[in-house]
Design a binder for this molecule. Structure first.
Ligand SMILES: Nc1ncnc2c1ncn2[C@@H]1O[C@H](COP(=O)(O)OP(=O)(O)OP(=O)(O)O)[C@@H](O)[C@H]1O
Ligand SMILES: [Mg+2]
Length: 280
């Protein structure tokens, strides 16, 4: 069981003067229950990678398979398929009520009104928007953070086996970001979750695995802690390492022999204190 991309290459406007290589040969596999973080600078191919994985974009070459089945066409309608949360998904809310919006996906999958209603209620609860309170509201009266959550509920309601999210916390305030992080943490129990972001700090602490994309190529694919231990890889991919790691790199540059690097401020302070003791 996995979502697999093999030898995927994609060039936009291929064969024209505007040709742009977005993916230059990507081999990746995502497993159910895993939280994978895809990091990369602007234009590195993150959104293209997700669109290809969701079957929304056919790559120039290479293959995409979900649980052994070849993908041709959007997977959102296949059960259990791939759910894709676009960048700024709240822009796509369209129905008269929040509940109708969230119900749309399951109805499209062929579920009955009753089943779709049940799925919508569950999905709204899962994103912290009680169906009683929010179900009958117009999506256009929601705050930015609530609208983002309603849009994510619309995807969760389809019960996807793999959930792909493109910059899910972008543009949200602290509370909205926290709510989305919680949704992601909860969703990984039901699905394989892939989160694309250019803000490394947001999910690094909770990801099982991190993929670094640089100019359409995978430059790192491994456990989050392996990346934390070699933060120079961030700069190689055109990204800024988390502040927490930059501080510890400065301590190393100043001659302190840190046993390891940590994202946790308390642990990092302890590691620095120990290194100073050792230096005496
Ligand atoms: N529809 C398109 N037509 C032409 N070129 C495109 C199109 N979409 C993306 N590109 C180009 O493909 C490359 C990869 O774009 P992509 O959107 O995948 O990057 P990204 O990593 O998601 O960037 P960002 O962090 O800014 O969202 C970029 O050079 C981009 O300009
Ligand atoms: Mg993008």
């Amino acid at each position: 069981m996995s979502l697999t991309l093999a030898g995927v290459r994609h060039t936009y406007a291929a064969g024209t003067a505007f040709a742009t290589d977005a993916l230059a040969g990507v081999d990746l596999s995502f497993e159910p229950g895993e939280l994978v973080l895809v990091l990369g600078a602007t234009g590195s191919g993150k959104s293209t990678l997700l669109r290809v994985a969701a079957g929304l974009l056919t790559p120039l070459s290479g293959s995409v398979e979900i649980d052994g089945r070849s993908v041709d066409g959007p997977l959102a309608v296949v059960e259990p398929g791939v759910g894709f949360v676009f960048q700024s998904p709240e822009m796509q809310l369209f129905a008269e009520t929040v509940e109708a919006d969230v119900r749309f996906g399951p109805l499209n999958q062929g579920l009955t009104e009753d089943e779709a209603h049940h799925r919508a209620t569950r999905a709204l609860e899962a994103v912290g928007l009680g169906a009683e309170e929010f179900g009958s509201r117009s999506p256009f009266t929601l705050s930015g953070g609530e609208a983002r959550r309603a849009a994510i509920a619309g995807v969760l309601a389809m019960d996807p086996g793999y959930l792909l999210l493109d910059e899910p916390t972008a543009g949200l305030d602290v509370e909205g970001r926290e709510a989305v992080r919680e949704i992601v943490a909860r969703s990984r129990r039901r699905a394989g979750v892939v989160v694309v972001t250019h803000d490394a700090e947001e999910f690094l602490g909770s990801a099982d695995r991190v993929i670094l994309l640089c100019a359409g190529r995978v430059t790192f694919d491994g456990p989050a802690d392996e990346l934390v231990q070699s933060p120079e890889r961030f700069a190689e991919a055109g990204l800024k390492a988390p502040e927490m790691l930059l501080a510890q790199m400065l301590a190393r540059d100043a001659g302190l022999k840190l046993a390891r690097l940590s994202l946790d401020p308390a642990e990092a302070a302890l590691l620095i204190a120990r290194a100073r003791e050792g230096a005496r």
